[in-house]
Every structure is written in structure tokens, then in C-alpha cells.
Design a protein around this ligand. Structure first.
Ligand SMILES: [Zn+2]
Length: 402
């Protein structure tokens, strides 16, 4: 165990060195009531005559694209729409989007939706600049290394932060694997935050995607890769989410709360794209893979338990985040500050009808989930305290329906 811990930490320190010296690009940010009009101007300025909008069928059906279509039309920007992206985008989705882009003579991409359309659009754009490299060959880190065509990201949920991350996950139905493609060039060139787009999100989706964003901020903040920039972004995100998530949940048409949640998610994305996530995500990914538990829901349920499992190793940072997030103005001991923070997460879950367990979780699968979470979590995430398989099983026992 000690030797394992030592090697994990060595890797975290090496990566920290890389993060410190590698400049991470930021997307240009467009926001406000007239964000879509500003986007049209930006596309004109970039000299594009036609763009491909990558999205999913549901968003088209509920009319969420109507506004952007009108605005692009008025600005004389032609567009084609690829709307077949599946909830877990596949290689076929990527190839079809790429083919449409070529057939229609497009010159740039608009990723429009939650994480799935965004991931599909990112990898399709990568295939445009790397026509001879298959999606499977792009799996891993820095396999593209070539500037993408102009890429505009318009999130329609406040959670994934995909508009400001340089990773994408594509499913390979042949092997039933999810492949992560990670490369700085996948960072969207422009992130467009349009508060009106999230006004119709149902309360439960608002709650779970918002808790996903909160998890991004917290895991980035308490890990070992919390460089100064990361701390700043994570603190901003935590405060915005704490102050607005309940209002966005219970009064979805409150534009100000929606706008603040969009910014919270954006800043949380800026934090975790530099500092990575942690064990909450490692376990949640595997609950998603095995039972299709929605990502945000799994994170929300796991978050208080994992934070508690870190014990005193996370107390100081959680206490500081409790202050930065506006929960308290000071604390007498880090333990007290951390407990207030964790209780706040529990209270939020309760108020937003998020359960404290995962109903799909079965005893017989715990060993496998723990093993995979151990593998994923300890291969990359710079967590405050190293946990092992037996610790993950303990956490899983706590989130099992009693
Ligand atoms: Zn997440």
C-alpha cells in the first residue's frame, strides 16, 4: 500500500509540474441577453459562410434551436444541422457529423446541447483536421495536436462545463468501451452562455446537473493540482452555485439564477479542466457504465460520503471553500468548517429531492465497481487522500438502498 501510494503521489507531482508550465487556452466568452446576436457577429468576423450545428433530436423537437436559426438566417450565415447525437455519442455519430460537414461545405462547428453533442462535435472537428486518423486512434492524450476549425460551444444545461474543457468521450459500441479523447486543441474557441436556453430545464435535471458542476469545483479545489488559478475559478463557481441552485430548481424561470448557474458551471469547468476531478467522478462513472445512473445524480449522492471519507486531509480546504462559498465568515477549527460544508451539500440534496442512495446499486456488483473506481481514480486524479478498494466498498455500502 505504501509503495502504491508513493507512486501515485509521484505521478501527481509530475503532472502538477506539467500543469504549471503548460499554458491552458481559455475560450472567448460571449454572454448576456443578446449572446446569440453577438455570436452571429463573431461568426461573420471569423469569415465563415456556413456552419454545422451538432445537437440532439430532443432539443430540436422542443424548439430550442428556433432562435439561433432565425438569428443566423438574419445574419446571412448558412447552416446545416446534425441532430442524431445519442446520449452516449458513438463513433458512427462522429463520422456522420463529419460527413455532413464535408458534404455541406461547412467551415466551422457549433456544439449545441449538453455534454453529448459537444463531445461529438469536438471529435468530428478533430476528424476534419486529421482525416487519416480514426476516432479509435485519437483515444488518449495529445493525439490530435492540430488546430480545429472555428468551434463555438453553446451549453443548454448548467453542469458539464464542456464549453470550457478539452476532453471528449465517445462510445465504441463494438467493444462496449467509452473512449476519452484529451487534447488542448479540443478547447472550444468561443463559449456562448445564453440564460434563456436553460429556462425550461425540469427541476430534477437542474438539480443534478448543478450538483455535477459543484462537484467539479470541489474536486478541483481539494486535490493536489489546486494551482492559484484553479482555486479562484473553483471559489467563484462554488459561491455562484450555492447562491443560485435552489432558486433555479424551485423557480426555473428566474433568469438571473439561471444565468448565475451558467457562469457557475463555466467556472467549475475552467477549474477541473486544469486540476482534474476525483473519486466522486471515479465511482459515478462506473455507476453510470453499469446501471446508466445519470452522471449528475450519481455525483450528488456520492459527494458528501466521499468528502467525509477524506477525513482531516480535506478539512482545511473544505473549511476555506465554506468561507469562499459564503457559508461562514470564519471557522474556529478546520474540522468544524469542513463539517458545515459537507452538511450544506447534504441539505442541498435533501431540499432538491435527491436521494441519499443509488437504488440500482446491488451488493453483487460492489467488488467490480470498487475495483474499477480504484483503477480510474488512482490512475489520474490528484485526490487529497489516497483510498483503496476496501474504502470504495465502504462508500458503496453507504449509498446502497437500506
Ligand atoms: Zn462531472
Amino acid at each position: 500500500m505504501f509503495i502504491k501510494k508513493f507512486f501515485y503521489r509521484l505521478r501527481h507531482i509530475a503532472f502538477l509540474g506539467i500543469i504549471k508550465i503548460t499554458p491552458c487556452p481559455n475560450p472567448d466568452l460571449i454572454s448576456g441577453e443578446d449572446a446569440l446576436e453577438q455570436l452571429a457577429k463573431r461568426i461573420q468576423k471569423d469569415g465563415l459562410k456556413k456552419v454545422l450545428i451538432v445537437t440532439d433530436e430532443n432539443l430540436v423537437k422542443i424548439g430550442l434551436l428556433d432562435n439561433i436559426k432565425t438569428i443566423l438566417g438574419e445574419a446571412k450565415i448558412e447552416f446545416a444541422v446534425y441532430m442524431d447525437v445519442k446520449p452516449n455519442p458513438t463513433i458512427e455519430n462522429v463520422e456522420n457529423a463529419r460527413q455532413m460537414y464535408l458534404d455541406e461545405g461547412c467551415q466551422g462547428f457549433i456544439g449545441f446541447g449538453g455534454g453529448s453533442p459537444m463531445d461529438c462535435a469536438k471529435v468530428a472537428a478533430a476528424r476534419i483536421v486529421k482525416p487519416n486518423k480514426s476516432v479509435v486512434e485519437m483515444r488518449g492524450i495529445f493525439k490530435i495536436l492540430k488546430k480545429l476549425p472555428p468551434f463555438y460551444a453553446i451549453p443548454t444545461t448548467s453542469g458539464t462545463g464542456s464549453e470550457t474543457t478539452f476532453a471528449a468521450v465517445i462510445a465504441n459500441p463494438e467493444t462496449h468501451e467509452k473512449m476519452a479523447v484529451v487534447d488542448m486543441v479540443l478547447m472550444p474557441h468561443v463559449a456562448v452562455l445564453v440564460p434563456n436556453l436553460t429556462l425550461g430545464l425540469p427541476p430534477f435535471i437542474t438539480a443534478t446537473t448543478g450538483m455535477d458542476a459543484l462537484t467539479h469545483a470541489i474536486e478541483a479545489y481539494i486535490g493536489w493540482h489546486d494551482i492559484k488559478k484553479v482555486r479562484g475559478y473553483a471559489e467563484k463557481a462554488t459561491k455562484l452555485i450555492f447562491e443560485n441552485i435552489e432558486e433555479a430548481y424551485s423557480n426555473g424561470t428566474n433568469k438571473e439564477a439561471r444565468n448565475n448557474m451558467a457562469f457557475g458551471s463555466f467556472y467549475a469547468g475552467m477549474a477541473f479542466t486544469r486540476a482534474s476531478v476525483g473519486y466522486v467522478h471515479a465511482i459515478a462513472h462506473n455507476l453510470g457504465g453499469l446501471y446508466d445512473v445519470p452522471h449528475g445524480l450519481a455525483n450528488a449522492v456520492l459527494l458528501p460520503y466521499v468528502l467525509k471519507a477524506f477525513g482531516e486531509k480535506a478539512h482545511k480546504k473544505l473549511a476555506n471553500l465554506a468561507v469562499a462559498g459564503g457559508l461562514i465568515s470564519s471557522y474556529s477549527t478546520p474540522k468544524e468548517g469542513a463539517e458545515i460544508f459537507i452538511q450544506k451539500v447534504r441539505d442541498l440534496n435533501k431540499k432538491m429531492d435527491i436521494p441519499s442512495f443509488i437504488k440500482e446499486l446491488q451488493e453483487k456488483d460492489m467488488d467490480l465497481i470498487a475495483e474499477r473506481a480504484d483503477e480510474e481514480g488512482n490512475s489520474a486524479y490528484p485526490v487529497p487522500k489516497i483510498l483503496f478498494k476496501s474504502d470504495f466498498i465502504e462508500i458503496l455500502q453507504l449509498i446502497k438502498e437500506q
